[in-house]
Design a protein around this ligand. Structure first.
Ligand code: ADP
Ligand code: ZN
Ligand code: ZN
Length: 731
């Protein structure tokens, strides 16, 4: 018998596949199975991409496959096709794409098998407990409340951030029981929903529009544009009902891990079906179990962040991608995919309906609506009793400032606080101040390794660089002239907290940012405390802007967003508009009307006027027109080559060499090399080369043709480089 050869994708940074001989003693693997192979001095786990190939190198040089790990392909055929497509579209090594898509343990070569787990349920005594009597044991109260809605898995309980000793206490009190189970996928049925609301007209229209196409598995994409509080989640919940009743799975993607517990809670309240979550907070083995449950059909609802787009599903009937405009759906390093764009591709490939939801849709998605590729469903009114918020501008030029807060804002805050309401202040800069400055000579606390200032963190008593993480003690004297006249510059959340405590004494303040929520579970606790109204003033960064409900907030203020008005990034206006409306959406969600206040030095700026007076849709349509006229995405395609090296010259030389190889193309413009906006990070100089084309196809063809040459450039040995297709971030 003649020898057989297999072509394998390996997790290495080379855009090529590798051939191996398959020893006769091994069973022949199917395409999509894993094999263990020698590679240099190492052993790697790879994925079989083709069988019985004609080897590309001389047979004598081929090494043997050491082991075949799977008898079946790891992924269903349609997902395998999607991964192949993604590797091509993003021009990324297939082996790395496949490794990225597989759970860590699978990637490392472990057998994907089920393990046992624990299931928690209420015992008889637990059912008789009155929750309100547990006021002093809030963790016990939360766990019991969750279990009253149905049994939960260990990972579901962990999702709620319940401490282990709370579980132990409740078991000892015999209020709950813990049963050890095998995790083999069990069949489930969905008989109906609990506590569905009566839809308003717009919601009913949206749910009805989805029904038919979902039933017939048309690969439709709906853009559900609904102002904050308009009841998008209720639309998702009701659109899923017939899907679940047919025994089909629903995948829900959310932008950040912090939103998964609240999503799990709302979905499990409504439907008594198995739910799994997939995000970076899980242990490797929990992640594998959730992946298997999805793949084999044991999970009815799969909730996850960006990478959950690669979860195999036995019978997927609907995918929901919430906050579709959010930039976290784009991976910013390594395999730089966009989960939203892959979701659209997957919907077509797997034949299911996809709902993209947002109060502030991306211009890309709105352009797709205009082009007839997506169907627009609108929710213009807030659901329930909530009213529209009032918007106002404070012109900082006329104001006396108290550490960055204007008199007028303080007066407004006091009014809302005295009425017993909550106030939310948004400032997207953590730490105390953005830099230290010498009052005598102008010296600034720069990072030694980045082209950036170090942030003052008063509480930790350090200077910290937010780009590379470097830390230094706070100098007492100027590093340049020795003066002791050192002042801080640029307001951060720590200082804001201090300033508000001084100006409005007697009100309790909660600050939510990356520093105040470092401990696992603390973000969740803080958000819940905020929602319960335990604090009167909430201060926060971006973390507070997304999807959280604070029913008693009546005033929202945004400080210091002026930087975005004059940014060189063409997406800055879109991002500011989204941020503004997302933050504004936190005001007046319940019966109380809300007020949104923006402090700015540029009240006359057209973007500010547009947002405050006309709202998002109006902004978006004029922004789209501008993009079209300027030939910018979504009316053009871009690819960004980034290079970085310890010497400025090495990075620039590599990109010059690349630009030279690329030469000229009638349909693709090459811009650069130019230094990146953050010209140096962690000791490395950074340069960029931008490829810009009216049409996507010629750009991609050209890259496909040129990449093999670009990869082999000798200048590439002295600099690291990467390719970003449809770049979102130019920093
Ligand atoms: P969104 O996701 O659009 O921000 P939610 O789905 O969270 O909005 O709904 C906001 C609030 O309105 C929630 O408290 C929800 O229970 C309520 N709500 C949604 N739909 C209805 C409805 N049809 N009738 C009454 N209340 C509703
Ligand atoms: Zn000085
Ligand atoms: Zn740094």
């Amino acid at each position: 018998m003649t020898a057989r050869f297999v072509r394998v994708a390996l997790p290495v940074p080379m855009r090529q596949l590798f051939d191996y001989r398959l020893p006769a003693a091994l069973t022949v693997p199917p395409v999509g199975a894993r094999v263990r192979v020698p590679f240099g001095q190492r052993q790697l786990v790879g994925f079989v991409c083709a069988l019985d190939v004609m080897p590309e190198v001389a047979e004598a040089q081929l090494k043997d496959v050491e082991a075949v790990l799977d008898a079946e392909p790891l992924w269903p055929e349609s997902l395998w096709q999607l991964l192949q497509w993604a590797a091509k579209y993003y021009h990324h090594p297939l082996g790395d794409v496949l490794s990225h898509a597989a759970p860590a343990l699978v990637r490392q070569g472990q057998m994907p098998t089920y393990t046992t787990s624990t299931r928690y349920e209420l015992a008889k005594a637990g059912r008789e407990v009155t929750l309100s009597e547990l006021g002093r044991a809030p963790q016990q109260q939360r766990l019991l409340a969750a279990l009253q809605r149905g049994p939960m898995s260990a990972s579901g309980v962990r999702e709620l951030d319940i401490p282990a000793n709370t579980i132990k206490t409740l078991i000892e009190k015999e209020w709950i029981t813990a049963t050890v189970l095998s995790d083999k996928p069990a069949p489930w049925t969905c008989t109906g929903a609990r506590g569905a609301l009566t839809l308003n007209e717009e919601q009913a229209v949206a749910v009805a529009a989805m029904k038919g196409p979902l039933e017939s598995h048309e690969p439709q994409v709906w853009l559900l544009e609904g102002v904050t509080g308009s009841g998008k989640t209720e639309v998702y919940l009701q659109a899923m009902e017939p899907v679940l009743k047919r025994g089909e799975q629903v995948v829900v993607l959310v932008p950040e891990i912090g939103l998964t517990p609240q999503t799990v809670e709302r979905f499990s309240e409504r439907y008594d079906v198995p739910i799994v979550v997939l995000h970076s907070g899980l242990t490797d083995s929990e992640r594998l179990q959730a992946w298997l449950q999805a793949r084999d059909g044991g999970a009815a609802i799969i909730i996850g962040t960006r990478s959950a787009i690669f979860t195999p599903c036995k019978r997927i009937g609907l995918m929901i991608l919430d906050e579709e405009h959010d930039s976290s759906f784009k991976q910013q390093d390594g395999f730089r995919y966009n989960a939203r764009d892959l979701a659209v591709k997957r919907a077509h490939q797997d034949k299911f309906g996809l709902v993209l939801g947002s109060a502030t849709p991306s211009l890309e998605s709105l352009a797709n609506v205009k082009a007839g590729r997506y169907h627009l469903l609108e929710l213009k009114k807030r659901a329930g009793a909530a009213q529209k918020a009032h918007h106002a501008i404070i012109d900082l030029k006329q104001q006396r400032l108290h550490q960055g807060i204007s008199d007028q804002l303080l007066t407004t805050m006091a009014k809302h606080l005295q009425a017993g309401n909550q106030v939310l202040i948004f400032l997207n800069r953590r730490g105390y101040a953005s830099a230290l400055l010498c009052h005598e000579c102008g010296w600034v606390s720069e990072c030694h390794r980045c082209q950036a200032n170090m942030t003052l963190h008063q509480q930790d008593n350090i200077l910290q660089c937010h780009h590379c993480g470097a830390q230094r003690r706070i100098p007492r004297q100027c590093g340049h002239c020795g003066s002791t006249q050192i002042i801080s510059q640029g307001l951060g959340t720590e200082q804001l907290e201090e300033a508000i405590a001084r100006q409005l004494p007697g009100y309790s303040i909660l600050r939510i940012d990356r520093d105040s929520t470092r401990r696992k579970g603390s973000l969740e606790e803080a958000l819940q405390a905020a929602a319960r109204g335990e604090y009167q003033v909430l201060i926060g960064t971006q973390m507070l802007a997304k999807g959280h409900h604070f029913p008693n907030v009546t005033l929202v203020a945004l400080l210091d967003v002026d930087g975005a008005l004059y940014s060189s990034d063409f997406r800055a206006p879109e991002r500011l508009a989204q941020l503004y409306l997302q933050v504004a959406g936190r005001a007046g969600r319940a019966e109380k009307p809300g007020t949104v206040v923006l402090q700015t030095h540029h009240p006359e700026h057209p973007l500010i006027q547009e947002l405050v007076n006309n709202g998002y849709s109006h902004f978006a349509s004029s922004a789209l027109t501008e993009r079209e006229q300027a030939l910018l995405p979504p009316y053009a395609a871009m690819a960004l080559i980034r290079a970085e090296a310890t010497s400025r010259q090495a990075a620039e030389t590599l990109l010059n060499a690349m630009a030279h190889v690329l030469g000229e193309h009638p349909q693709v413009a090459i811009i650069g090399p130019i230094p990146a906006p953050l010209g140096r990070r962690a000791g490395r100089y950074r340069y960029q080369l931008l490829l810009h084309a009216d049409q996507r196809a010629p750009l991609h063809q050209w890259l496909l043709q040129q990449l093999p040459t670009l990869e082999k450039l000798p200048e590439g040995r002295k600099a690291r480089w990467s390719l970003d297709i449809d770049p979102q971030d130019f920093a």
